[in-house]
Structure formats: C-alpha cells, structure tokens
Design a protein. Structure first.
Length: 132
C-alpha cells in the first residue's frame, strides 16, 4: 500500500498517465463535465457539499504534478475572491478567460478531477510541464 501522496487509486493512476502539455481540470461540483467515449477521464472525488474542498484537492495535486501554467475563469475575481486570491498566489502568470471559454477548454482536457466544492467558479485548468 502507498504510504504517502495521493492514495485514491483512480486518481493516482490517472496522474501517472499524464505527460507534457496535457491539461488537468480541477473543478467544483457544478462545472458541466463533458460526456462521451472520447472525452476526458473523470475522477469524481465529491462526497458531500463542500467535501473535499477545491483548495485541498488542488494542493494535493500540485504536490504531485509539474505544472507550467494555469487558466481560470475571469468571473472568479468578483464571484469567489477567496479562490481568486489562492489562484493568484499559486500561479503568478494565471491566464483568465471567460467562464464560457473555460468550459470549452475543459472538453479538451486529459483529466477532470471533480471536488465537492460548492462555491462558484472554483475551477482551474492545470497545464502539465516536465520536471527537467
């Protein structure tokens, strides 16, 4: 058994398949998730409203992934200042796009990790890098 890091076998396995330029979406419980056989792989961690929180899932993923950039919805600034401040602190070059554009980009993601977060616009696209 793993003794540290992400213990969820579905999430740990999906992370191991990622490569440079792949996109991972960390989303709240309300973001529409694309369906279909050619859509992104989804790991749904939502348990109850607010559990697990967006911030704790994002923190755990950042401990395991090499990220070269991130994208969020511009609406987060006004609608969820706490998430906006966290994202600004983690990603100095955070790209902001409209929420509609974020949903379009979500369709091209390799992996979507759904949290139980119920505060609006707690979503981010992580752009995978390489550690060398």
């Amino acid at each position: 058994m793993k003794k540290s890091g992400i213990l969820n076998r579905h999430l740990a396995g999906a992370l191991a398949l990622l490569g440079h330029t792949d996109t991972v979406v960390v989303c709240d419980a309300g973001l529409p998730i694309p369906e279909g056989p050619h859509g992104p792989h989804v790991v749904d961690l939502a348990f109850r409203a607010g559990v697990p929180r967006f911030s704790e899932v994002l923190s755990g993923l950042l401990d395991e992934l090499e990220v070269e950039g991130a994208t969020a919805a511009a609406e987060v600034k006004d609608r969820n200042p706490e998430a906006a401040a966290m994202l600004d602190g983690l990603f100095p070059s955070l790209e902001l796009v409209s929420h509609e554009e974020l949903k379009v980009r979500t369709r091209r993601a390799r992996l979507i990790v759904r949290t139980g977060e119920v505060r609006p616009y707690a979503n981010v696209l992580l752009h995978c890098g390489v550690p060398f």
